[in-house]
Design a protein around this ligand. Structure first.
Ligand SMILES: [Zn+2]
Length: 129
């Protein structure tokens, strides 16, 4: 569950950016469902149009801030430029390290959310509120 405005902000930022954008979705998890309360943009330290790596210091700060507010990492978002919003081979490795929902947007307003279950990728529904 993510606010329409938060998703729009991610998509608009991705559309304007010449490199992949990335960050955390902080919120609460209830069983199968997660609700996003804060979208936190993190600098892509690779500054690349076809890969991302979050700046570690910013990651730590964002996680500390969110935890202080009783929120946890429920998702990771990033963008793809000129290719569909589906996990790449590189993303798969990241999904192994961070077993949360992976929200991917492209630079044309498309998006998808995925989780890794064992070695299979499953698309999950993005509920807008
Ligand atoms: Zn990717």
């Amino acid at each position: 569950m993510i606010r329409q405005g938060d998703l729009s902000l991610i998509i608009k930022t991705a559309e304007k950016s010449e490199v992949e954008i990335c960050g955390f979705l902080f919120g609460k998890r209830e069983g199968e469902n997660a609700s996003v309360e804060i979208v936190s943009f993190i600098t892509n330290r690779l500054d690349s149009p076809n890969a991302f790596e979050m700046e570690p210091l910013e990651m730590v700060r964002a996680i500390d801030d969110a935890e202080a507010r009783g929120l946890q990492v429920v998702g990771i978002f990033h963008s793809h430029l000129k290719c569909p919003p589906r996990p790449s081979g590189h993303d798969l490795k990241g999904m192994n390290l961070w077993p949360v929902v992976w929200l991917i947007v492209d630079d044309r307003g498309n998006y998808g959310a995925y989780v890794l279950e064992g070695d299979k990728i499953r698309e999950v529904e993005v509920k807008l509120v």
